[in-house]
Design a protein around this ligand. Structure first.
Ligand code: GLU
Length: 300
C-alpha cells in the first residue's frame, strides 16, 4: 500500500504531537532523561500528546536487551508516553518507499567503495568535513570504485544522496530552505534558521548493513506519525538542515524544532552510553529517585 503523507507546512491548528526517540545502543543516561523530560514539558505546555519511538534501525548496534532496559527506565521515571511505541525495525518498508521515491527522481547512487578506499581518497590536509566532522564523500575520486559495471549483483552497496542533483531538484526552494527553531513551548516566537544542507555532501541514506540511515528514517517517521514539534538535543541541530531538504524532496510536512542544550561530562564532552556513572539504572541502584533525576536533568 502506498505511504500517504500530509503535505504542506505544520498545521498549527492540529493537536501538538511530540516524540522522544532514543536508540537502544546502550543504557539510557541523564542526557536521555533530560530530553525525555523536555519533551514532556513541551507536550504539557502545548496541550499535546507524547509518543515514544524506538530508533533501532541500526541492527548492528541496537540490542533487544537495551530496548527492554529503556522501557523499564522510562516507566520508572514515570513519563506519560502513549502505549505501543513505534519501532523502526518493524517499518523497513516505509523507508524503502521513501528511497524508491528519491531513486525515482534520480537522486540516489550506489556506493560500493570500502572504508579503506574512502580513507585513501580523503587522505589530504583540508579535506572538507560535514557538521559532524565526517569527511565529505569524494565522489569523483571514487567513481571507479563505485562503478556498478563488473560488480557481482550480490555485492552489498550503500545508497548515497547525490547532493548536487538533490539541490537542483529542490530548485528555487533550496537556497531559501530553513527550519523554524522555537525557544520555548509558549510565548516565544520562532526563528528561521538557514538549512544549508549542502554542508552534508553525498550522505548515506541506506547502509550496506541495514536498509535506511538515521537521517532518512527520522524524517519518514516524523511525517508518518504526524509529529508537529521535534524536541531533541543540540547535537542534532545541524542535521535538521539535511532533514529539511529530505522533507522538501519527499513532500513531507515541516515540524517546528527545538534543540535543547546537552548535559556534558567532566571532560566537557556529551554524556556517553558507555559511561556507567550517569546511566539511569546505575543511579537507580544507588538509591537515586525519579524526582532526583528530574532535578539533575532539568535545563537551567
Ligand atoms: N535516535 C536519536 C538519538 O538517540 C535521536 C533522534 C531524534 O530525536 O531525532 O540520538
Amino acid at each position: 500500500m502506498p505511504v500517504c503523507y500530509t503535505t504542506g507546512v505544520t498545521n498549527q491548528s492540529i493537536r501538538p504531537l511530540l516524540r522522544f526517540a532514543p536508540s537502544p545502543t546502550g543504557h539510557l543516561h541523564l542526557g536521555h532523561a533530560l530530553s525525555a523530560f523536555e519533551n514532556e514539558r513541551w507536550a504539557k505546555a502545548a496541550g499535546g500528546r507524547l509518543l515514544l519511538r524506538i530508533e533501532d534501525i541500526d541492527t548492528t548496534r541496537c540490542r533487544p536487551e537495551f530496548v527492554a532496559a529503556l522501557l523499564e527506565d522510562l516507566a520508572w521515571l514515570g513519563l506519560p508516553f502513549e502505549p505501543s511505541p513505534r519501532r523502526q525495525s518493524e517499518h523497513f518498508d516505509d523507508y524503502r518507499q521513501a528511497l524508491d521515491s528519491l531513486a525515482g527522481m534520480g537522486l540516489l547512487y550506489r556506493s560500493y567503495a570500502s572504508r579503506a578506499e574512502i580513507a585513501a581518497a580523503i587522505d589530504r590536509p583540508g579535506h572538507p568535513r560535514d557538521p559532524d566532522g565526517t569527511p565529505l564523500y569524494p565522489r569523483a575520486a571514487l567513481a571507479r570504485a563505485d562503478d556498478p559495471a563488473g560488480r557481482d549483483p550480490a555485492e552489498p552497496f550503500a545508497l548515497r544522496l547525490d547532493m548536487t542533483a538533490a539541490l537542483a531538484k529542490a530548485g528555487p526552494l533550496a537556497p531559501a530552505l530553513s527550519w523554524q527553531e522555537q525557544a520555548a513551548p509558549r510565548g516565544a516566537g520562532s526563528e528561521a534558521i538557514p538549512a544549508a544542507p549542502e554542508r552534508w555532501g553525498d550522505v548515506v541514506l541506506a547502509r550496506k548493513e541495514f536498509p535506511a540511515s538515521y537521517h532518512l528514517a527520522v524524517v519518514v517517521d516524523d511525517a508518518l506519525q504526524g509529529i508537529t514539534h521535534v524536541v531533541r538535543g543540540r547535537d542534532l541541530y545541524q542535521a535538521t538542515g539535511l532533514h529539511r531538504l529530505l522533507q522538501a524532496l519527499l513532500g513531507l510536512p515541516e515540524p517546528i524544532y527545538h534543540h535543547h542544550g546537552l548535559l556534558l561530562g567532566p571532560d566537557g564532552e556529551k554524556l556517553s552510553k558507555s559511561a556507567r556513572s550517569t546511566s539511569l539504572r546505575a543511579l537507580r541502584a544507588d538509591g537515586v529517585t525519579p524526582a532526583d533525576i528530574k532535578g539533575m536533568a532539568v535545563m537551567g
